[in-house]
Design a binder for this molecule. Sequence first.
Ligand SMILES: [Fe+2]
Length: 380
Amino acid sequence: MLTELLRATRAHSLALAAPLTAEDAQLQSMPDASPAKWHLAHTTWFFETLVLTPYLNGYRVFDERWPRLFNSYYESLGPRHARPQRGLLSRPTLAEVKAYRAHVDAALWDLLPQAPAEALALIELGCHHEQQHQELLLTDILHAFSCNPLLPAYYTRAPARVYPPAQAWLRHDGGINDIGHGGAGFAFDNEGPRHAALLAPFEISNRLVTCGEYADFIEAGGYREPLLWLSDGWAAVQAQGWQRPAYWLEDGQVFGLQGPHPMDPDAPVMQLSFYEACAYAEWAGARLPTEFEWETACGLPGFAQAADQAWQWTRSSYAPYPGFKPAAGAVGEYNGKFMVGQQVLRGGSLATPAGHARPTYRNFFPPAARWQFSGVRLAR
Ligand SMILES: [Fe+2]
């Protein structure tokens, strides 16, 4: 099963990069977004550094100069090229990065039959890590394309129509609920330990807020009414000149992976910051769910659009669960050190690789981030 996960994951990254030219794959449109080429190389570096070098006897590092380029944020794994300058790495070329991938893949296949349990666990982590970067590859290229007046399309096909159910409130009685991953199967360290959370009775929407509903908020002056906004959110509105979601164009179209297309009022609104999600909820007489409410409610009958459209901002700060301890060594830097100043998003999006997300999955971004497939589910 791990063999198949590895094969499929490595192949999927290349498939996602296939529509891109080498020039596309080089683009870095802002410090938070990375070039597609860098994603392809960094996910490979992860396997090389954490799996092959320690566990495959005689493994030859593909190029001794490259780990510095493709280490993302691991202080314990040596110096790094500055993140905002990844777009300056015209060398290695895309073709050389693909050769790097092939070299590392071949070594992983050599290691697999003889890999000790710790190495197998790291290969599994490397696959789930690469899946995270697959979504980032799409969100980052979408941002890069959005900066090009030609508004290039990544996909040639039209966006799928969305047919959401009529909005309804799903009621939950609250009480003491178990939260977090505790069973078999892979989960990131930040999903545990499983623990009890006390919830007051609450209601949660059966679906995401639609573009049509969000257009009503804009029409009603939502972006001009400071009382709807968190203080930091209102400051962002002022400083950034926000008037609509990130990829809503002035001509009423929406920019997406398929290029510009007419706004579908039934489609979930996305590419919203946490601040916009909160302001909308305030305007709508509701609030965002906590991540505990979301996880407790996501199995309720009628809970639609859980993980297939947009990540859902929650009112929960990204914090360790009671008893959380990062792993020893470099993998301990994976999640724990980011547990400050960010909000949790739950669910999954249309860009999330199949099989990647779970009900206990905790995505996280800073509250002003708008380039992800992030939307709104209301609670009250
Ligand atoms: Fe990474």
